[in-house]
Design a protein around this ligand. Sequence first.
Ligand code: UDP
Length: 162
Amino acid sequence: MLQDQEVLAAEMERTFIAIKPDGVQRGLISEIISRFERKGFKLVGIKIMVPSKGFAQKHYHALKERPFFNGLSNFLSSGPVIAMVWEGEGVIRYGRKLIGATDPQNSEPGTIRGDLAVVVGRNIIHGSDGPETAKDEISLWFKPEELVSYTNNAEKWIYGQN
Ligand code: UDP
């Protein structure tokens, strides 16, 4: 029998977030993680890896007809990436808000790309753009056993279950 908190956790939405090689090389890992963490989202999976070019192409398969696809795949596979899964109410949509518009020239100040990036080809972070993409990207990057379900003590203060 699941406890209330476990039911709550089981129903929570998850999204895939990656810090791309430029974000890692620029020392922005903790800055980016802290923005998601301070918001109240919960980290349930994290690893560092250098994706192969084939893996990067799989990740960006929806963009394979775009002129920048080859350069983008080369870039994603050019160095370490921090792959993460974040959980929380509305995390897919709100994660995209925290990240900001694709082109940092159009990203609002206060967003990750708005504050920390300048050009579209080096926009430091990826976030799933919808529930189906989130599901596919999480299963591409993580095995189920690499994701952790747990109750964070702050949840009752974040969600008001106390
Ligand atoms: N991108 C690029 N040139 C463009 C558009 C996109 O290099 O003209 C890169 C950019 O790194 C972007 C990624 O391709 O983050 C994926 O594009 P998408 O449209 O899916 O944007 P995102 O979901 O990352 O905001």
